[in-house]
Design a protein around this ligand. Structure first.
Ligand SMILES: Nc1nc2c(ncn2[C@@H]2O[C@H](COP(=O)(O)OP(=O)(O)OP(=O)(O)O)[C@@H](O)[C@H]2O)c(=O)[nH]1
Ligand SMILES: [Mg+2]
Length: 567
């Protein structure tokens, strides 16, 4: 006889609902009338499993829904003149959001840092060179970086002859560095990508360092680089004319073959001249990918590839570190020479405003096992051309988790600014950088234009734009550390801005700039309700900058997501 059967409620989703027997679906779902206790037990277990599965699916759907709602992009454009600190700000965002990637890439900056150091040395040599070794046209204003001013134009008078640094001796002993500069440029500028070659390839066969170089012009590189979506090259300012014909492209080792100490030019070769500045810029292999070419795996000694031994670049006799290391004592002697400093002061050359900071650490930077620190990377100068895009997804512990934060870093030189406009349409916020220490400097691109004046003009054109009327704007009055030092050293703002008649201390001057930029916004913006956020920054100072950029980031995210139902 069939066992007695008591009908059980059926679960639908996870809510038990008693069905009416009149409901045909309910009837169909009733347990069979002849269910055995075992069958019943199995059925109940199956129902319980189904309920759990259903609950899990519900939970996943709720989570996915949240995630989809969070997957939102906020786009930020970094704007400002060349050397205002845009790329440094971007590096700070990278250090804050993706520190592991930032650290992994540090070694790739080694050659850039070497080049920065060598260029500083060359600039000193140029500054102390006797009159008759300087070509006429290069005397008035140096081309790059803009922060090095030779605006006086006056050659040292013969009355200073007794206190002249020993130029000839320094030139001779530092000649290998001038050669190294060309090799570094050649290595950094030889893209393997076919498409980039046209704009960036160095001419073969260099016999002289005449300034009439046929290096790619900045406009050529811009044309290939400013298309959104394509990784643009970054350029480094090139000092001189044609460099060595690069031979690195055929090797995974960026320093391999023929660029080592066996270079055809001897340190004392007459072809090695230091008086060779030109206005040319040189594109290097890059976009966001250039660092891969100099990653750790690529710069191990070729020997290790065969032996499997773990060796560093210092094992490679061709590595530039050896030339730098040998020249370190002379570099230090040059940088400590009071006569050299006197000459730099006479010519108003302030190396600390550009890559000069490496001069204070020559021994560390030129050590055989030198590995760049975070700070070294932040200070490394590499000029941007085109537009470089970086994306970060905000982490779990952020209230904006899952939101994609896209930053565009643009080239700020005048010939780069036409590449900005295509990004205006689609951007949520702008971080504008104005280096307020530059009140006594001229643009590298046009020595008739004061850098602060250029920042004012640029600022005005951004804030009065109707296209950008509803974009959030944050202003970084940058290089405050340099402003402070400059004012403390006695440089007077009034000398460059006659309308300024207040005290010359940092607090008063920085407040004045804050008010002036703020008032301009108030008077020209088409959006009178827009709140402007102004910060006094020194973006090379990591601790303070991270506090500021976290705050700025959250303000921008809140402003751009709060009105959205997706938050
Ligand atoms: N002392 C000091 N140096 C800074 C500061 N901000 C930037 N620099 C240095 O100034 C130089 C130029 O900075 P970048 O970030 O390359 O300037 P940029 O605006 O990206 O310049 P472009 O790419 O030419 O448009 C670098 O050597 C930086 O290390 C600052 O606040 N203080
Ligand atoms: Mg830049």
């Amino acid at each position: 006889m069939a066992p007695a059967h008591k009908p059980q409620p059926v679960y639908r989703a996870h809510h038990p609902l008693p069905f009416s027997d009149a409901d045909p679906l309910a009837a169909a779902l009733q347990p069979p009338p002849n269910e055995t206790p075992e069958q019943r037990e199995q059925r109940l277990k199956a129902e319980e499993d189904a309920r759990k599965r259903s609950e899990n699916i519900d939970r996943m759907l709720r989570h996915d829904d949240k995630r989809n709602r969070r997957r939102k992009q906020v786009k930020v454009l970094l704007l400002g003149q060349s050397e205002s600190g845009k790329s440094t700000t971007l590096k700070q965002f990278q250090l804050l959001h993706t520190p592991a990637a930032f650290h992994k890439e540090r070694i790739a900056w080694r050659f850039v840092i070497y080049l920065n150091l060598v260029r500083s040395i060359r600039r000193i040599l140029e500054a102390i060179a006797p009159e008759d070794t300087l070509p006429e046209e290069e005397e008035v204003v140096d081309s790059e970086p803009a922060s090095i001013i030779i605006s006086g134009g006056d050659r040292p008078s013969s009355s200073l002859a007794g206190s002249q640094p020993n130029y000839e001796s320094y030139r001779r002993r530092l000649a290998p560095l001038m050669d190294l500069e060309q090799r570094l440029i050649a290595v950094l500028s030889d893209p393997e990508e076919e498409g980039e070659k046209e704009a960036t390839h160095l001419p073969d066969g260099f016999g002289s360092y005449s300034s009439g170089s046929s290096l790619a012009s900045p406009s050529t590189s811009t044309a290939t680089s400013s298309t959104p979506g394509r990784p643009p090259p970054i350029t480094i300012p090139s000092s001189s004319a044609p460099g060595a014909s690069s031979s690195s492209s055929s090797s995974s080792h960026p320093w391999a073959h023929g660029t080592g100490p066996t270079s055809p030019r001897s340190p004392t070769s007459p072809a090695v001249s230091i008086v060779s500045s030109t206005t040319h810029e040189l594109a290097i292999r890059t976009g966001s990918d250039w660092k891969k070419h100099f990653a750790l795996g690529k710069i191990r000694s070729p020997k290790s590839a065969h032996s499997g031994e773990l060796e560093g670049w210092w094992e490679d006799p061709n590595d530039p570190v050896h030339t730098l290391n040998r020249c370190a004592p002379v570099m230090t002697e040059l940088w400590r020479d009071p006569k050299v400093h006197q000459r730099l002061a006479e010519r108003r050359i302030r190396l600390e405003e550009s890559s000069g900071f490496y001069l204070d650490e020559i021994d560390r930077i030129t050590a055989k096992m030198y590995f760049p620190t975070d700070d070294d990377v932040l200070k490394a100068r590499l000029k941007t051309t085109g537009v470089v895009e970086h994306k970060f997804t905000l982490s779990k512990n952020s209230e904006f988790r899952g939101v994609e934060w896209v930053i565009y870093d643009v080239g700020g030189a005048r010939n780069q600014r036409q590449a900005w406009a295509p990004y205006f349409d689609d951007v949520n916020a702008i971080i504008f950088l104005a280096p307020i220490s530059a009140f006594d400097q001229q643009l590298a691109e046009d020595p008739r234009v004061n850098r602060l004046e250029d920042s004012f003009q640029l600022w005005k054109s951004v804030i009065e734009s109707r296209l950008l009327a509803h974009v959030n704007i944050v202003l970084f009055l940058n290089k405050c550390d340099l402003l402070k030092k400059k004012l403390e050293s006695g440089v007077r703002l009034r000398h460059y801005m006659p309308s300024y008649n207040r005290p010359n201390d940092y607090e008063t001057v920085s407040q004045y700039f804050r008010n002036r930029f703020g008032a301009m916004h108030q008077s020209v913006t088409p959006n009178k309700t827009r709140e402007l956020f102004i910060h006094l920054t020194s973006v090379t100072d990591t601790r303070k900058t991270h506090m500021i950029i976290t705050n700025v980031r959250d303000i921008i995210l809140t402003a751009n997501l709060k009105s959205s139902s997706l938050m």
